[in-house]
Design a protein around this ligand. Structure first.
Ligand code: AMP
Length: 452
């Protein structure tokens, strides 16, 4: 499928796509759009940045247009559940953009803002409702909304919704939906909990997948800087000063950590803002707008807050803290290298995080080059850092190697031989011989297969 016209979508939708300057469908769109148009359930493995929103929004709009009817009062025809306020807003914006020549009524139901306007928006019913699960249930309990007319349910970023503890809310919501409906579930990863959920909620779904390894990850130039924990703030300042940064997204594990990093950057004269769950909706929107406009080039975020931030032109992702879940790393670095652009992902790794980098390398099947910037690289780690099997080896194997800048990670892998004493891969720095097995690909779907 090389052209949107091949899908035979409603002409009004094609017109909107032409105005959006969408010429070629992305792989997830090619796989998903005809299937959803045919009425089948779909489970899609795709992360943000692959075009997955249009992959479900376009055929849903087509089906709504093909079967026009005024929505019932206090009800919706299509329900999209998403984990965050930002992502929900972006999804509704996409429906509005692609459906601008159709008479589509949409509404947003998210927490953190007063309920009154949402009450009113639902009074006469809507075609498309995009919601976060908690607030949606609040409105159902308040009799502002009935879910008995839902024709199509979309669960977007299902893995993230589970991580965020929404599973019970989702089950409660699904129990209120008609059994006769179309269900589409999208997730960046496919842990057991997600496949179980899909087995319960979807009927004979078609599975579609675009693997991050084949899309975003390969476009990102990845590096690890091995540092002592206490030196991370100074190293971050150095990275942001020396790299050619257009927009940088810095990840911390905690909200408190995000605020601390921002204070440190501001002290060093680098304009930065934090975005996390403690901020009001107004603050988040203001910060995001400043980041989008380039007024603030560094945004410091926790994973949850960063979910759904859809800003193009992020040149650098910096992991101030390395995530302990490898899939989270893939989510994070997927924020750069959007729409085929090159991006840089730099992870500041202390002794306790070396094992996390190993897990990441196994998942993405790439050996990430390491620059060793510890004060005393040959000294054994402090005991607290040694509980993992990987640590700085005492046998001198952590000699440093040449850093191949500006090359894709896979190529860096191939050229990872010792050179001038400045760089190594984590594998070489920290693995003993037994740990040097070939990285294994985590189980994930790689191709389009019909049925379950
Ligand atoms: P998503 O994965 O849904 O977050 O989409 C990522 C970005 O790609 C958004 O900014 C979309 O507007 C854009 N996009 C989606 N599909 C296409 C397409 N076929 N051609 C060009 N841009 C697209």
């Amino acid at each position: 499928m090389t052209n949107f016209h091949d899908f035979q979508l409603n002409e009004a939708i094609n017109r909107a796509l032409a105005e959006e300057k969408y010429l070629t469908p992305t792989p997830i769109q090619t796989q998903t759009i005809p299937t959803v148009m045919s009425g089948r359930d779909v489970i899609g493995i795709a992360q943000t940045g692959t075009g997955k929103t249009a992959a479900f929004a376009l055929p849903i709009l087509h089906r709504l247009a093909a079967n026009p009817r005024a929505p019932e009062r206090k009800s919706c025809r299509v329900l999209v559940l998403s984990p965050t306020r930002e992502l929900s807003g972006q999804i509704l914006d996409s429906f509005r953009a692609y459906g601008r020549h159709l008479r589509i009524r949409g509404a947003l139901v998210i927490g953190g803002v007063p309920m009154g306007a949402q009450f009113r928006a639902l009074l006469n019913g809507v075609d498309v409702l995009v919601a976060t699960p908690g607030r949606l249930l609040d409105l159902v309990k308040s009799n502002a909304l009935r879910l008995s007319d839902v024709e199509c349910l979309v669960l977007d970023e299902a893995d993230r919704m589970l991580d965020m503890g929404f599973i019970h809310d989702i089950r409660k919501i699904v129990a209120k939906l008609p059994a006769q409906r179309q269900t589409l579930m999208f997730s960046a990863t496919m842990p057991r909990a997600i496949s179980d959920l899909a087995a319960q909620m979807l009927r004979d779904p078609v599975k579609v997948a675009v693997t991050p390894a084949a899309s975003t990850v390969e476009l990102v130039e990845q590096r690890v800087i091995r540092v002592d924990r206490a030196e991370k703030p100074a190293m971050l300042v150095e990275v942001l000063r020396t790299e050619k940064v257009d927009r940088a997204l810095v990840f911390t594990r905690t909200k408190h950590g995000a605020d601390k990093v921002v204070r440190r950057l501001v002290q060093a004269g680098i304009a930065a803002e934090a975005i996390h769950g403690n901020k009001s909706q107004g603050q988040r929107e203001r910060v995001l707008a400043a980041f989008r406009d380039g007024k603030v080039r560094t945004l410091v975020a926790t994973d949850i807050a960063a979910r759904g931030i859809d800003v193009d032109g992020i040149s650098h992702v910096v992991n101030f803290d390395v995530p302990n879940v490898a899939e989270t790393y893939v989510h994070r670095i997927g924020r750069t290298a959007r729409a085929g652009a090159a991006g840089v992902a730099i992870s500041l790794c202390d002794g306790e995080e070396v094992a996390f980098i190993r897990d990441i390398e196994k998942l993405i099947r790439v050996s990430i080059p390491v620059q060793d910037r510890r004060a005393h690289p040959h000294r054994a780690e402090a005991p607290a850092a040694q509980h993992n099997s990987v640590r700085s080896s005492a046998d001198g194997s952590d000699k440093q190697r040449h850093w191949h800048r500006n090359k894709p990670a896979r190529k860096q892998h191939q050229h990872n031989r010792p050179r001038d004493g400045s760089i190594a891969s984590v594998a070489f720095l920290n693995r003993n011989a037994a740990a040097q097995e070939e990285p294994q690909r985590a189980p994930r779907w790689t191709s389009h297969s019909k049925g379950s």
